[in-house]
Design a binder for this molecule. Structure first.
Ligand code: UDP
Length: 356
């Protein structure tokens, strides 16, 4: 492939795209980026393009703030028009958002090969919009890049080995990003001086299954308030979560800060005592930076972290959260086990695509 269109729209996709854009550039593959606009605030989007030196999107669709159906539908229409004009050799999609599914669907109907990076992940919870997006995207893709053995096995169990789909285990591009940007973050980030705390726990909350249930969100905030009485909890808060907390009059006693850029996030991950999150990416990043993680979900796609004792799933149960916090207090783990590759996933993916 010599010309690839990459679809991004949400924060985790910017982090993933940064790693492959660099490799495409090195191999002389032309890449045009479509930004669907799913995340649009400067601190949820622009900061990543600037810090991570991601090429400016060739197309900005500006689609956000709609219901799932309306959002996906408008993206589908916008992406299709661009693909018809640009005629790329392949369309690359990342992860599990509405932008992922819209990109894959638009391309596959035009018989343009679809490449899915972060394929094969499953939570087995069909109530998650992400699970629906992942399953459908995998099924209509032509080339799948799996980050882990678990992902490969999931595809095998679903019969993918009998389908005309190329499947590769590439390792995880987020590990590439963590390794590549860690040094730059040390030099550029000022966040530790700003928060000025010798010890803290880092939290993030944005998953729809938590934010859309007042009961769950109330329990999570109560659990974090409790931990905050022992050690400060710092939460860069997702704009949607902030709005819901305000609307529902749920009062966090911990430290809320605006969403931070990737460099600041790396420094917070590197320095914190523990991570508490419902994010997919942040669970892995905790591991990359040698931190235990408590996950505010009932399932995870990153099951190897749980199996190896680095991560505990607590859902929205404040008692389980307190117990997990206690159990990690004195625990020491060896984080050197290789679960996600050696930081060369993007290189491997780009080389395969160059020959495809
Ligand atoms: N992230 C960030 N700043 C923040 C919160 C998250 O840079 O304030 C990064 C995080 O380090 C990871 C990515 O955003 O690389 C994950 O995005 P998110 O948690 O929104 O999505 P998920 O991984 O759950 O799909």
């Amino acid at each position: 492939m010599n010309k690839i269109i990459t679809i991004v729209g949400a924060r985790p996709q910017f982090v993933k795209a940064a790693t492959l854009s660099r490799q495409f550039n090195l191999l002389g593959i032309q890449e045009l980026i479509i930004h669907t606009g799913q995340h649009f605030d400067a601190n949820m989007s622009e900061v990543f393009f600037e810090e991570m030196e991601i090429p400016k999107p060739a197309y900005q669709l500006d689609i956000h703030g709609l219901t799932h159906g309306a959002m996906t539908g408008r993206m589908l229409e916008g992406i299709e028009e661009i693909l018809i004009n640009e005629k790329p050799d392949g369309v690359l999609v990342y992860g599990d958002t509405n932008s992922t599914l819209a990109g894959a669907l638009a391309a596959s109907k035009l018989h343009i090969p679809v490449i899915h990076v972060e394929a094969g992940l499953r939570s087995f919870n069909m109530e998650m919009p992400e699970e629906i997006n992942r399953i459908l995207t995998d099924r209509i893709s032509n080339i799948l890049f799996c980050p882990t053995d678990t992902a490969l096995n999931n595809l095998k169990n679903e019969g993918f080995s009998t389908m005309p789909i190329q499947i590769f285990k590439s390792g995880d591009v987020m590990q590439d990003a963590a390794l590549y940007y860690a040094e730059k973050a040390e030099m550029k980030s000022d966040i530790l001086r700003q928060i000025n705390l010798p010890k803290f726990v880092l939290g993030t909350i944005h998953r729809q299954e938590n934010t859309d249930s007042i009961e769950k969100l109330t329990n999570i905030v109560a659990g974090l308030n409790e931990i905050n009485r022992q050690i400060p909890v710092v939460v860069p808060i997702h704009p949607r979560t902030r709005n819901i907390l305000k609307q529902q009059n749920i009062i966090p006693e911990f430290i809320l800060i605006a969403p931070v850029g990737y460099f600041d996030m790396i420094m917070l991950l590197k320095t914190c005592e523990l991570v508490i999150t419902d994010s997919g990416g942040v669970q892995k990043e905790a591991f990359f930076f040698g931190k235990h993680c408590i996950t505010l979900r009932e399932q995870t796609e990153w099951i190897e972290l749980v199996e190896n004792g680095f991560n505990i799933l607590v859902g929205s149960d404040s008692l389980k959260l307190a117990q997990a916090f206690e159990s990690f207090k004195a625990k020491k783990s060896d984080f050197l086990v290789d679960l996600y590759g050696n930081g060369k996933a993007a290189e491997k993916i780009a080389e395969i695509l160059k020959k495809a």
